[in-house]
Design a protein around this ligand. Structure first.
Ligand code: PMP
Length: 304
């Protein structure tokens, strides 16, 4: 086996301290991917698909905007390394620096964009770069390849491991993970729920910055079919960070804030349902957010 083959080999665990006879909560621990997040799956899929379709050749260049989840940048950098293509990532300032260091170490060319311009600004710069230098824009926010990356790997692994699933809940950034998994689980009569932080607009609330990294949308993702969504939970950043601490204390497991948010969605669901099996995705670990005081969270109100 080579390191690249580890992508997708992640465990599914019962969250014992949050489950009882009535409701069981399972989490897929995506930090066990070699790049440390669920986005390794995306990087591998996007680059392999582009090579297969003839859009990308050895020595070519890919470019992407990646922020709350510079996980995407890390995933792309790993796959670009493997297939000998150049990887350029536009990342807004203001997110955890650890991810930028990792992308650079993996060989990516990281360009910082204005925090105030958000992801839309970073996408604009990535598109301009693609035109100017004849690079392939990966377009995770607009391409159906994004959800497809999860349907055949992540989603299938859930139905293979568990005999029965009643509910699925996940955070939405680009919406790829949720859409790809929900698409598959609908065939198994699973009800699918989104969890988002306040400041994300999916539930109709106003758009503003938030502290839960990796999830939250400035607009409804183009490939996310509303029919796949059975409900949306909007939660406070504080709840996500409290859950990160609870997971460390009770389960002995260190996750990022979007996993804390995912747990919050599962706990809201648990309150509402009589019984059943809830599955969620924990996208990454705590280690890449230490510089942002993940275990000592205080609301920043830095909504610039
Ligand atoms: N958690 C983290 C840490 C992420 O970086 C992302 C991606 N932005 C997500 C969750 C959400 O994934 P998706 O983009 O597939 O919605």
């Amino acid at each position: 086996m080579i390191v690249f083959d580890l992508i997708g080999q992640t465990p599914l665990v019962l969250l014992e301290s949050f489950s009882d006879e009535r409701v069981q909560i399972y989490a897929k621990l995506e930090q066990f991917n070699p790049g440390g997040s669920v986005k390794d799956r995306l990087g591998k899929y996007l680059i392999e698909k582009a090579i297969k379709d003839g859009r990308l050749k050895k020595g070519g260049t890919i470019v992407e905007a990646s922020a709350g989840n510079t996980g995407t940048g890390i995933g792309l950098a790993i796959a670009a390394n493997r297939y000998k293509v150049k990887c350029v990532i536009f990342a807004p300032k203001g997110f955890a620096e650890e991810k930028n260091f990792s992308m650079k170490a993996l060989g990516a060319d990281v360009r910082r964009t204005q925090k105030s311009e958000g992801m839309i600004g970073a996408q604009g710069e990535a598109k301009t770069y693609a035109k100017k230098y004849n690079a392939l824009y990966m377009n995770q926010f607009g391409s159906e390849d994004n959800p497809n990356a999860y349907t055949h790997t992540l989603a299938q692994s859930l139905t293979e491991k568990l005999n029965h699933i009643d509910y699925f809940v996940a955070g939405v950034g680009s919406g790829g993970t949720f859409t790809g998994v929900a698409q598959h689980l609908k065939d198994y009569q699973v009800k699918n729920y989104i969890v988002e932080p306040e400041g994300s607009v999916l539930n109709g609330g106003p758009s503003h910055a938030h502290d839960t990294e990796g999830i939250g949308s400035e607009k409804w993702p183009s490939f996310l079919n509303k029919k796949l969504v059975d409900g949306i939970f909007t939660m406070k950043d504080q709840d996500a960070f409290n859950n990160v601490k609870l997971l460390a204390n009770k389960e002995g497991f260190l996750v990022g804030s979007s996993s804390g948010a995912a747990l919050q969605g599962a706990l809201e669901l648990k309150k509402q349902v009589q019984q059943g099996v809830i599955v969620t995705i924990f996208p990454d670990g705590s280690d890449r957010y230490m510089s942002k005081q993940i275990f000592n969270y205080k609301e920043s109100n830095d909504y610039e």
